[in-house]
Design a protein around this ligand. Structure first.
Ligand code: MTE
Length: 318
């Protein structure tokens, strides 16, 4: 995620594709005691490979079987993060997010729906029906990962909440609490972090609310205990540590639209043909790879989602 002012977090594409990310992956791999990237079990560190999975998940038609051999090492998934509530650098969240208390957790639901109220996490998420989804994730900064998420379809939550016909969009907010999220002492953005989806995007079977990854509960830095995952959109749509869901009639403003509307649109669909105003989106570097690969339209999920945008000028609605 990048914003217009020139700061330490304002990396260029060159910065994020530097050799250091390659070397750091070699270090991750070395630490995990493996020589090459293999299947899911082989890229877990030894302790993790033998740990009892904290979450059990069933497979589903969208589980991304073909991506199993490409999963990003867990150390990178947990160590290279954007979560500005805990600092601006990629290693800040892993270092600082221990102050977040993800249990107990509740979510307020309001707006155009029949079942408004304050829900305990366990009443919103069916922990007996979790699914694993291995998704390609593409960050707007032109790097990417492949992550085995554990969660439920967002549609299953929405159905429980019974939105009315006035609900055209769903809007999410992250916790605001400077004790738990010390980065909020800095007014980098107007807290809370906010994101939204059109209802048909939210109901698409690819969209999930994640509570875990790699078979374990989400680490705080990944957005514990509840975060959005929308694999055909740039990573910043994946709002973390959600405490509020609202059903609204008009297109809501996301945090990044408020900050730099010319750089970050509401849709944020991965699109190699529409450049960020300051760099190309045509290629990406998978964390752990040395060379770059072409970015896929809708991050490779066009078959499932391109119909949502039929007739829309994607240069205008970026
Ligand atoms: N959610 C909140 N609340 N705060 C943030 O700063 N960063 C976003 C998104 N969700 C962010 C957030 C961005 S820019 C990205 S790329 C993803 O989280 C990163 O998710 P990850 O660190 O779990 O890979």
């Amino acid at each position: 995620m990048l914003i217009k002012t020139k700061n330490s977090w304002d990396l260029t594409e060159n910065d994020v594709t530097s050799e250091s990310s390659y070397l750091s992956r070699r270090d991750f791999v070395k630490a995990a005691g493996i020589a090459t990237v293999g299947g899911a079990a082989s890229i877990l560190s030894p302790e993790l490979a033998f740990a009892e999975p904290a979450l059990s998940a069933k497979s589903n038609p969208y589980d991304g079987r073909d991506l199993r051999g490409e999963q990003t090492v867990i150390e990178a998934v947990r160590g290279y993060n954007n979560f500005y509530e805990f600092g601006m650098n990629k290693d800040d969240p892993a270092r600082n997010a221990h102050t977040l208390k993800p249990e107990p957790w509740s979510v307020v639901v309001d707006g155009h729906c029949e079942n408004k109220g304050k829900y305990a996490l366990e009443d919103l998420i069916d922990f007996n029906n979790l699914e694993e989804r291995i998704y390609r994730m593409r960050c707007v900064e032109a790097w990417s990962m492949v992550i085995p998420w554990v969660g439920v379809p967002l549609s299953s939550i929405i159905e429980k909440l019974s939105p009315t016909s006035d609900a055209k969009y769903i809007y999410f907010e992250t916790l605001v609490d400077v004790e738990q999220m010390p980065g909020q002492r800095r007014g980098i953005i107007k807290w809370p972090y906010r994101e939204g989806l059109r209802m048909d995007e939210a109901m698409n079977p690819l969209t999930i609310m994640a509570v875990g990854l790699y078979g374990e509960k989400l680490a705080n830095q990944n957005g514990a205990p509840l975060r959005l995952v929308v694999p055909w959109k740039y990573g910043f749509k994946g709002i973390k540590s959600i405490v509020k869901i609202s059903f609204v009639e008009n297109e809501p403003n996301s945090s990044w639209m408020r900050l730099a509307a010319n750089e970050y649109g509401f849709y944020a669909n991965v699109n190699p043909n529409v450049s960020h105003p300051r760099w190309s989106q045509a290629k990406e570097r998978r964390i752990g790879d040395f060379s770059r690969r072409p970015t896929l339209m809708f991050n490779g999920y066009g078959e499932q989602v391109s119909h949502l945008y039929e007739g829309m000028d994607l240069r205008r609605f970026y």
